[in-house]
Write a protein that binds this ligand. Sequence first.
Ligand SMILES: Cc1ncc(C[n+]2csc(CCOP(=O)(O)OP(=O)(O)O)c2C)c(N)n1
Ligand SMILES: [Mg+2]
Length: 316
Amino acid sequence: MSFESAVNRKAVDLAKLSVEMTTSAGSGHPSTALSLTHLITVLMYKQMRWDPKDPWNKASDRLVLSEGHAVPIVYAALCDQGAMFIPLGKDRSGARPMTRADAMTLRAIDSALDGHPNPDLGVPFFDAATGSLGQGLSVAAGIAAAARMDKLDRNIYCIIGDGESREGQIWEAADFVVDHALTNVIPIFNCNDLAQSDYVSPQQSYQGLAAKLAAFGFIVRIIDGHKPTEINNALNELHVVQNGQRPLAIVARTVKAGARLMNRHGQARHAGQERQDGRHPRRAGTHRQGSWRWRLQTQWRTEGRRDQGQAAGGGQ
Ligand SMILES: Cc1ncc(C[n+]2csc(CCOP(=O)(O)OP(=O)(O)O)c2C)c(N)n1
Ligand SMILES: [Mg+2]
């Protein structure tokens, strides 16, 4: 089986499991989880060096899920790989591989499977409790700086939402990463065009984020976050980047799946209440014609066609 088909197949399995989990919980953020299916699959099955049986290993790569609400897709991958899980009331000595039954307890009051990453409660795969948006890149930068002091060769991947990137702390952390040439931090922006209740502002568009990151001093790669080979190739550039001083940032264009079928709370729209224009939001005319948002969006769409797949800011 080709790499592309293997990732696609696994991504579908993980997507199904994460939707089953949020359905069983009756809450959660299924559409965000679905926008990360391929990115998480390539990261957790191909790129990251980690051991599901030993999440405490000091040498393993780390994932900081800054947009913590997307966690069901990571839980699905942990469950699929039988990663260590600590049931409620136990400590590290009671850790055991996570099962599908554990996954189905997502967000239950007596479950260690929190609605957001929580290393203290159940999931030692994570280093930090995230979910309060804006904090993850600072955490990633701290772990990366510590790894460098300890002479540990580990990469810290950090996934940030496009709406989340409105938070100023993201950009303070970006400054720090560039200032300290922390090429072992890899910020990945999940650009699904949507935040919780509306489209992201033009300032958080994928083009806007790519331009800002390039201006901050990152080497930026814009990719289709649902194309396994594109994701993998971009992450492979890390090896080249790590010989230099400028860190790599990835801007992944993704689809907040189910946007047509779910309301803003992630609940299914009733039959007949789907988006009436029948189009995906990315292609839909989302703003009133002639408005400033509409003008910016139209301009960026034209530019987007020109620069799609190209490096923003150029250079190595
Ligand atoms: C500091 C903070 N403010 C508000 C929220 C509530 N919240 C959870 S998800 C979300 C939307 C974030 O948008 P984005 O990063 O694009 O994630 P997506 O909607 O694509 O899942 C918000 C506002 C939060 N978790 N933390
Ligand atoms: Mg978003």
